[in-house]
Ligand binder design. Structure first.
Ligand SMILES: Cc1cc2nc3c(=O)[nH]c(=O)nc-3n(C[C@H](O)[C@H](O)[C@H](O)COP(=O)(O)O)c2cc1C
Ligand SMILES: Nc1ncnc2c1ncn2[C@@H]1O[C@H](COP(=O)(O)OP(=O)(O)O)[C@@H](O)[C@H]1O
Length: 312
């Protein structure tokens, strides 16, 4: 999949495009359906499929209320969109200047002139252009003027549409199994393995700690069953994942750390590697134990629970 970050990066191709537009946060099952349909439609007509998305999320820029925490970073989003078969992802930097364009100006500059679009595929509730003036009718009208067709696609979903905001709420509440159901894959948090307090090895449960700039929305504090994958190694390892401030040790920094099952300190070294954690289900919340011994007893139980969840 090609990646464009601005108009100057869009190659002057002689092939027309099928374009779709959206925030696609999480690239959930509903998004996947639309993106796959766009890729198929383009392939059918020997056109190129292009998805356009914004970074940062428009809601963050317009500053209404709390900043929106994203389910996926832009890099993760690109990985998941590539999996749908889309030919190119256009990540448009979103700022107030960009947002001030009229609906027509935006469509002409981006869809018509840069992307030579022949078909635009959107949800029927699409809004775009200055003050969100553009609707599906605007798009149909502009299509007649500039010579492209507009198609709408219903996102599929059980009991209503799949929804990025619902998935965000589920992850923040620790309902990672529910989130996985909507995402069509396990939710991922990834980053570099950094040094912690060097205590895990003494507890008998060494943990690979994720860097603070990790990508992906961090689930609620607690203990989870999941899979850990490291760079230069395709194999997913079963893991007990802990998220929290390590209250037993009066920690103050929120950590995301994974104990890989059946690996011992000294035999397994992943410092500095890229680690991807996939969250399968939540086992329990964080507990402030009276000491190390109590914590270790509970960790043995956690490992048994993780084995049961992961069938390992
Ligand atoms: C399966 C598992 C469960 C954990 N549960 C708790 C907990 O309930 N309370 C707590 O304070 N820390 C908990 N931790 C975090 C440990 O305190 C932490 O891994 C340990 O202090 C080692 O930290 P280090 O990697 O910085 O050396 C848990 C860790 C794991 C792997
Ligand atoms: N089973 C394991 N799970 C996770 N990391 C392990 C494991 N065995 C060895 N390691 C290594 O040990 C490190 C964690 O040891 P630990 O004592 O918890 O130190 P730190 O506080 O720096 O995380 C990991 O970063 C990894 O390189």
């Amino acid at each position: 999949m090609e990646l464009y970050h601005g108009l100057n990066e869009v190659g002057a191709g002689d092939v027309g495009t099928v374009v779709t537009l959206g925030n696609f946060d999480g690239v959930h099952r509903g998004h996947q359906t639309v993106l796959q349909a766009v890729a198929a439609l383009a392939a059918d007509r020997s056109l190129r499929s292009v998805a356009m998305t914004f970074d940062p999320h428009p809601r963050t820029v317009h500053g209404t209320g709390e900043p929106t925490l994203m389910i996926t970073s832009t890099e993760q989003k690109a990985d998941f969109i590539a999996d749908t078969g889309i030919d190119a992802l256009f990540v448009q930097h979103y700022d107030l200047d960009f947002a001030s364009q009229s609906a027509e100006e935006f469509v002409r500059t981006y869809f018509v002139e840069a992307l030579a679009c022949e078909i635009v595929v959107v949800g029927d509730d699409v809004r775009f252009g200055k003050d969100n003036e553009g609707t599906i009718e605007t798009l149909r009208h502009l299509g007649e003027k500039f010579g492209f067709r507009t198609e709408t696609i219903e996102e599929v979903g059980r009991g209503g549409r799949y929804s990025s905001s619902r998935i965000r709420e589920q992850i923040v509440a620790g309902d990672v199994a529910e989130a996985a159901d909507q995402l069509g894959r396990y939710h991922r948090v990834e980053g570099t393995v950094v040094h912690g307090d060097a205590r895990g090895r003494d507890l008998g449960f060494p943990t690979a700690n994720l860097s603070e700039d990790a990508e992906g929305l961090i689930p609620a504090d607690g203990v989870y069953a999941g899979w850990a994958t490291f760079s230069d190694d395709a194999q997913p390892y079963p893991a007990a994942i802990s998220i929290g401030t390590n209250p037993t040790f009066e920690g103050s920094v929120r950590r995301v750390e994974a104990h890989v099952l059946d690996k011992e300190f000294g035999d397994f070294d992943v410092y500095g590697r890229h680690m991807t954690l996939e969250f399968v289900s939540r086992i329990r919340g964080q507990v402030t134990f009276t000491g190390m011994d109590e914590l270790v007893v509970k960790m043995h139980e956690d490992i048994a629970d993780v084995r049961e969840v992961l069938h390992t």
